[in-house]
Design a protein around this ligand. Sequence first.
Ligand code: NAD
Ligand code: ZN
Length: 359
Amino acid sequence: MFKNIRNIEKILFGRGSYRMLKDIIEPNRNQNNGFFLFIVDHFFHPKNHHLSIPAEPEDAVVYIDVDPHEPTTEQVDHLRDEIKESKGIPAGVIGIGGGSILDIAKAVSLMFTNEGSSAQYQGLNLIKNPGVYHVGVPTISGTGAECSSTAVLTGPQKKLGIKCEWTVFDQVILDPELTATVPAEKWFYTGMDTYIHCIESEKGIMNNAFSRAFADEALKLCREVYLGASAGQTPENDDKLMVASLMGGMSLTYSEVGVCHALSYGLSKILGYRHGYANCVAFQHLNDFYPEGVSEFQQMLAKHKIRLPQHLSREWSESQIHAMAEVAYNLPHMWHHALGDDWKNQISVESVTALYKRL
Ligand code: NAD
Ligand code: ZN
């Protein structure tokens, strides 16, 4: 299958490159109602940690605490409505934060120009009009949300991305200095999102020379960052992980995630587990699907003294497990990629239930 991929229009990379944000966005200021909307992770709120936001008095700066839950369609609709009512349509949306903030920024940018609720656009190519100019500034590495064509949202029915070519950022600023403050566990779990993206991308039928080349290089970087002689959170490794995240995301533009992500979506939707953590909780038990990947992952866990909980499913009710199995089973593109054309003969809601009972 061919894919005519739309890439990020401009990418700036390097330590300190964030300081160019103001000059980069300024030429776009005269669009729409002439103001910028900055959506920033609350970690960078002036009360907590100083990060200079290049906002003019007419701009809007919204700080969001992403910890209570992953981005929702309701949250995106509410933010769009509030800004539209008070100030109109922005010249651009600038997201500064992790995957959650980047996805909110991408979705909000589209919802300024598409009527109704974002829930009605969860899926492939349902968006009718291009969004407003949007810029992504990642502050934690791993999700690949900085380069993907999807804005993953949890809606009333499903956790699913708004996926189309207009979701992709117009501009991304990759400044690894911004990731220096990430706490160790978040650094591990979100970084492992890249590792698992690449393992799943390579182990499936959508894999091709294009997706493999990006995944191979990202995996090499992950090994240096998490297993190499200088493994750990160093400035050099922050640079590498930021590039790995982008390349893992690039690999997925032509390929797909697989079994781990399907299970992870169920854990997030039903139990509210964070994406990177949910991946790790599931991946450790997927030895039969990804033997080499899981064994290397175990080495990474040991090296960074990360202890994942065991026997979690004993605490879950049958109805929770069933609900998670339904969410996971209803991600046919992931099962198809991971298991091939006859995936329906290999996987059922019952067998997905059994996978959850491993956790
Ligand atoms: P996140 O954005 O949810 O943030 C995790 C935590 O890290 C938060 O507590 C945040 O405050 C903190 N944080 C962020 N930057 C920091 C910094 N520099 N210093 C200190 N703390 C910092 O984490 P994430 O793992 O990057 O994103 C997860 C989300 O991304 C999920 O909602 C998932 O569905 C989504 N996702 C999207 C894609 C995509 O292609 N669009 C791919 C994978 C995951
Ligand atoms: Zn992921």
